[in-house]
Design a protein around this ligand. Structure first.
Ligand code: SF4
Length: 474
């Protein structure tokens, strides 16, 4: 995945620092509560929400079970419609393909519509290294790019910024990237949007190459779909002469009709809208309309490894609606940066360690970034059982070893031996009862003391239960 987040500390440390930031917590609480309340209303409007959710789950599971077949079908459909398909095994290969395609056009700048896949592979940085400037055109992505920041939410990447901060970023940074912000720019949403619109418009009109992701790819027709709310996607997808789409292989669906389900569940789960303001679909190239050249880069980058895991593969059903982030008590307090990848929140806690593996300290910490309350599962429109995958990944991390886990294993082994030997258990209980006045109220040691810092150790009774039972009931 992207090098963008390299150097981030493991989740507990990053979260500890993030929760000290009062402005961040206030911004996040306000934004997530607003979106989650609206989503609940939008979902409640549909009597058949549960059936739609089940249909979405089944379509995705079926597609994943025959992914090889549908990807080949997609390639044939895209090729027949005039597009060119490229296969990228990892981030480096995808970046190389895209950079070569852009260089072949002779251009040195591209416009982009928000794409998690290109963030995942660090495409902007790779293009920059080749002397190609990539301009983000989604408002929130623009804020992140101008602020030399990192996205912290799937849908609202600048959710950690408030209006005053955005005004300051526009005032100080826009001029270095193109049309400057007006001198008297205030923090009114209308003025901020207008400044962004004017700044971006000159880029849309000049750009010869557009880069996108896609929310869905239809195997039977070779159609790609992007849903968005600002119209910047429509501009990126239609104005440039060359369009390059970088899409994860799990985004394919078999038929056009399958979109019926997702185009209902995605907008209600993400922006709490009945339908997206802009739903753009394109199939290859069309004479005298839209880009003359279309390239589709199909990205693996850890997805087939994820598919091989029977429990973990359900993460590939994700349609990136971000509903799980907005209900997560951990995300609400820690914010998105603490997750150390472009996929924050509950989905990031299960997707990132599968795409990247759990060898690094950051990735091994992610399955623990959850209270396992289950709110994420309840709202997920494709019924991903995130708590189940979290526990599964914790098991993998524990099996990997590490200091804390080795001690834990020794303790569990000792407990198993004692519980398997009733006589030993009885002696142990009596000794513990006799010495109970001497028991510490907190367990010493770096790991265990954290546990007892916020919890009371239960008090040992004066008499073990089995002795009391003998005396009173036999
Ligand atoms: S895991 Fe489910 S709720 Fe979370 S972003 Fe993906 S589809 Fe949405």
């Amino acid at each position: 995945m992207s090098g963008t987040f390299v150097g981030m500390p493991a989740f507990p440390k990053a979260a500890h620092e993030a929760v000290q930031n009062v402005t961040l917590r206030r911004n996040l609480r306000h934004a997530t509560h607003t979106i989650r309340d609206k989503r609940a209303v939008a979902v409640a409007e549909l009597d058949d929400w549960d059936q739609l959710r089940e249909a979405g789950k089944q379509i995705k599971d079926h597609t994943l079970s025959r992914l090889d077949h549908y990807l080949v079908q997609l390639e044939e459909s895209v090729t027949a419609a005039g597009g060119t398909v490229h296969w990228a095994a990892d981030a480096d290969e995808a970046n190389r393909i895209v950079a070569d395609l852009v260089k072949a056009t002779g251009e040195s700048e591209v416009v982009k519509v928000k794409s998690m896949a290109t963030q995942e592979i660090g495409l902007n940085e790779a293009l920059e290294a080749e002397g190609i400037a990539a301009y983000e055109t989604d408002l929130a992505e623009l804020i992140v790019q101008l602020g030399k920041d990192r996205p912290s939410h799937i849908l609202v990447p600048a959710i950690h910024r408030n209006r005053e901060e955005i005004r300051d970023i526009f005032r100080s940074e826009m001029s270095a990237w193109g049309r400057p912000a007006p001198d008297n720019l205030t923090d009114s949403p209308a003025e901020l949007a207008e400044a962004a619109r004017l700044h971006l418009r000159e880029k849309f009109l000049r750009a010869k190459v557009g880069i996108s992701g896609a929310n869905f790819m239809v195997a039977e027709t070779g159609t790609l779909v992007v849903v968005e709310s600002e119209g910047n996607g429509r501009m990126c997808l239609t104005l440039p002469e060359t369009l390059i789409s970088v899409v994860g292989i799990e985004k394919v669906v078999p038929t056009w009709q399958d979109l019926e389900v997702f185009l209902q569940t995605l907008p209600r789960s993400s922006t709490a809208e009945r339908m997206n303001p802009y739903t753009s679909m394109w199939t290859g190239t069309t004479e005298a309309d839209g880009p003359k050249t279309f390239h589709l880069v199909l990205l693996d980058n850890g997805r087939t490894a994820t598919l091989a895991d029977e429990v973990g593969r359900q993460a590939l059903r994700c349609i990136r609606c971000s509903a799980c982030l907005n209900v997560c008590p951990v995300y609400e307090r820690a914010g998105g940066h603490a997750y150390g990848s472009v996929y924050p929140g509950p989905i990031g806690a299960i997707l990132t360690p599968q795409l990247r593996g759990t060898q690094s300290e950051v990735d091994a910490s992610l399955p623990y970034a959850s209270s396992l309350c289950g709110a994420c599962y309840d709202v997920c429109p494709v019924a991903i059982d995130i708590p189940e995958v979290l526990v599964h990944l914790r098991e993998q991390v524990a099996d990997q070893g590490g200091k804390g886990h080795r001690l834990e294993k020794v303790a569990i082994k000792a407990a198993t031996w004692v519980l398997d030997n009733p006589a030993v258990l009885a002696v142990g209980e009596r000794v513990a009862a006799k010495t109970r006045k001497l028991h510490p109220r907190k367990i010493p040691g770096p790991g265990a003391s954290q546990w007892t810092n916020s919890r009371d150790l239960p008090e040992m009774p004066a008499e073990p239960f089995r002795d009391w039972w003998k005396k009173n009931r036999t």
